[in-house]
Design a protein around this ligand. Structure first.
Ligand code: URA
Ligand code: CA
Length: 434
């Protein structure tokens, strides 16, 4: 078999065989097929697409290109949650303890933030002492004893995807649905979950800008799950504004704690409940949607979800008292209010710009090596639909370093689109695909 022929067949719109896909991915991972041939192939896929069998095969081969994590020593059905990436998306910190309090084991591996999107592992490090580098044994024992653990990704997960993703990033081939779907799913499959709940974002801050594309991506991933034997459900949710009010590490931990007390922002609460329902259903804790929702609401109302978070923090070396004392979180030295320059209705809040504003304040990483400031970030005071007057506060910036404050302020102001007509209420949950 020659890479040339596989590229040519895809270029001409043919369907590739499983053997051809395996040959290409294995050869590329091993360094036998060069970047230039793989780039040509990625562009051919971008232009010609792949059907569901090809996409599932690509996913499988990429998943098997490195470690396949075995979670079988954990009792019960392990359900993972994955978001395609948003700004201010604090749902993992809410969901992990919430779902665990309802009896579903949560063995969550998370990443760090890069660019304008945050990462759960960074957020957790805002809790003093919290240890995210768990050994495999400690990780498994924690889930079996406490019902929940969140750890940083270890090992060599889907190296084929890592290599291919870096190549796509510089060859204008990232935004291809089969390539995104197989990339995300390969990592989820390698991390060992039995069931996968996907939160597919749509809107300004998301990979997929239109509703049709996001539904297509969601269906493609659910299909891959079916083909490879992992129960997968996708929720398509809105990213035409950041989720919740807080964007920034410690600020988002505080927001998650408030949400677990039933005092969180409505959108974050609703999305957490919606995803939580799907997780409980996949885990087999209950088989009825209404019942699942009631369970989750009760775990918030009776304090057991918050208690579960405290247990998880204590177990991982952190100071669990933070759940009852938010002053224990790092606080920025200064705050400044960003005020509206005109009157009207907030029509849209460009999530990516808000993410960049937080990044400029030091909440995010410009490169993998950047140090982040856990205390800083953005707190939105007005969201889409709010009626505001010139001079009203739109958001509060929490900062330690004045250097890029002016730039951050400008970004934040530019994120707010203010118009004269009251916008229609944004739907938060667009669709659930199973
Ligand atoms: N996230 C991924 O992991 N892969 C993609 O291709 C796009 C987003
Ligand atoms: Ca938030």
């Amino acid at each position: 078999m020659r890479a040339y022929d596989v590229i040519k067949r895809k270029r001409d719109g043919d369907k590739l065989t499983s053997e051809e896909i395996e040959f290409l991915i294995k050869g590329y991972t091993a360094g036998e097929i060069p970047d230039y041939q793989m780039s040509a192939w990625a562009m051919a896929v971008f232009l010609q697409g792949m059907d569901s069998q090809e996409t599932a095969k690509l996913t499988e081969v990429m998943a098997q290109s490195g470690d396949m994590i075995d979670l079988s020593p954990i009792e019960g059905v392990k359900v993972d949650k994955h978001s395609t990436g948003g700004v201010g998306d604090t749902t993992t910190l809410v969901l992990a303890p919430l779902v665990a309090a309802c009896g579903a084991p949560v063995a969550k591996m998370s990443g760090r933030g890069l660019g304008h999107t945050g990462g759960t592992i960074d957020k957790l490090e805002a809790i003093s002492g919290f240890e995210t580098g768990l050994s495999r044994d400690k990780f498994i024992a924690s889930v079996n004893q406490q019902g929940v653990a969140i750890a940083g990704q270890t090992g060599n997960l889907a190296p084929a995807d890592k290599k291919l993703y870096a190549l796509r990033d510089v060859t204008a081939t990232v935004d291809s649905i089969p390539l995104i779907a197989s990339s995300i799913m390969s990592k989820k499959i390698a991390s060992g979950a039995d069931g996968i709940v996907l939160d597919v974002k749509v809107g300004d801050g998301a990979f997929m800008k239109t509703y049709e594309e996001s539904v297509d991506l969601a269906k493609t991933m659910v299909n891959i799950g079916k083909e490879v034997g992992r129960d997968t459900v996708a929720v398509v949710s809105d990213m035409d504004q950041p989720l919740g009010l807080a964007v920034g590490n410690a600020l988002e931990v505080a927001e998650a704690i408030k949400t677990l007390k039933g005092e969180g922002p409505t959108d974050l609460t609703e999305l957490s409940l919606t995803l939580g329902v799907q997780m409980l259903l996949l885990a087999g804790v209950v088989d009825d949607k209404e019942e699942a929702r009631t369970m989750l609401e009760e775990a918030i109302n009776d304090g057991s979800a918050l208690e579960k978070l405290k247990e998880m923090i204590d177990n991982q070396g952190g100071n669990g008292s933070v759940v009852n004392n938010l002053d224990l979180l790092p606080q920025a030295e200064n705050t400044v209010e960003v005020k509206a320059e005109s009157s009207g209705y907030v029509e849209k809040i460009a999530a990516e710009r808000v993410g960049v504003a937080a990044l400029l304040l030091g909440a995010g990483r410009e490169t993998k090596e950047s140090e982040i400031d856990l205390a800083v970030g953005v707190e939105l005071t007005s969201k889409v639909g709010a009626e505001i007057k010139k001079g009203d506060t739109l958001a509060v910036l929490h900062y330690n370093d004045e250097q890029r404050l002016v730039e951050a302020k400008e970004k934040l102001l530019a994120a707010y689109q203010i118009g004269s007509k009251k916008p229609e209420q944004n739907r938060l949950i667009h669709e659930i695909i199973d």
